[in-house]
Design a protein around this ligand. Structure first.
Ligand SMILES: Cc1cc2nc3c(=O)[nH]c(=O)nc-3n(C[C@H](O)[C@H](O)[C@H](O)COP(=O)(O)OP(=O)(O)OC[C@H]3O[C@@H](n4cnc5c(N)ncnc54)[C@H](O)[C@@H]3O)c2cc1C
Length: 158
């Protein structure tokens, strides 16, 4: 879960913001990306770092708060699971997600227990509108309350 409060700095000017004023319009499409690194953050959580080849940089450009959908095959079943992007949109070469293992969860267990660097994964182009437009000339104060895997979209905003 994540809640974002935006303030223009004046007293009492805080309001909850959930709607993105600017949307990147593009066709949702799966591409194969190579896993550059898998780092174990806790006993049940990994950060997966995908390398984005030059040719796919436009397709995988994203805004803070967006997510990736992975297409996985677990015991002969095709699963699609979404994971919020937790890396900076300014890093064009890499895109990271954090996956927490859910008890008896099919996709998350396979990812956390078996995923290795170098593995190819089918990844959909970034989606989602859980962001607010940031403009350096319109300075604001932001406070984020995040719990559980809700930390992931907030870390992409920092
Ligand atoms: C927009 C979005 C962003 C997300 N971001 C993140 C993120 O950043 N990090 C993250 O870790 N997750 C994130 N998630 C959640 C993620 O997409 C998956 O839902 C999560 O990893 C669990 O998937 P799974 O296949 O492991 O679990 P599943 O196999 O789908 O199981 C989920 C639960 O249901 C139970 N279950 C499954 N089948 C049955 C059944 N037949 N009967 C009874 N119970 C059953 C399982 O025991 C488990 O407890 C996000 C989801 C969305 C929609």
């Amino acid at each position: 879960m994540m809640v974002v409060i935006e303030s223009n700095g004046s007293h009492g000017g805080a309001s909850a913001t959930f709607v993105a004023p600017k949307m990147v319009q593009r066709m949702a499409r799966f591409h194969t990306l190579q896993v550059a690194n898998v780092s174990k953050e806790t006993s049940d959580c990994i950060v997966v770092d995908f390398k984005v080849p030059e040719a796919l940089r436009t397709d995988f450009s994203f805004t803070h708060g967006q997510y990736l959908t992975l297409k996985l095959h677990v015991n002969g079943e095709e699963l699609r699971r979404s994971y919020s992007i937790c890396s900076s949109p300014l890093d064009k070469d890499h895109i990271c997600i954090a996956v927490k293992k859910v008890d008896k969860g099919r996709a998350s267990t396979q990812l956390v227990e078996r995923l290795k660097p170098g593995a190819p994964l089918e990844v959909m182009t970034p989606m989602g509108n859980f962001f607010t437009h940031l403009d350096a000339s319109q300075e604001r104060h932001y406070v984020a309350f995040a719990a559980g895997s809700g930390i992931t979209p907030s870390s992409a905003s920092l």
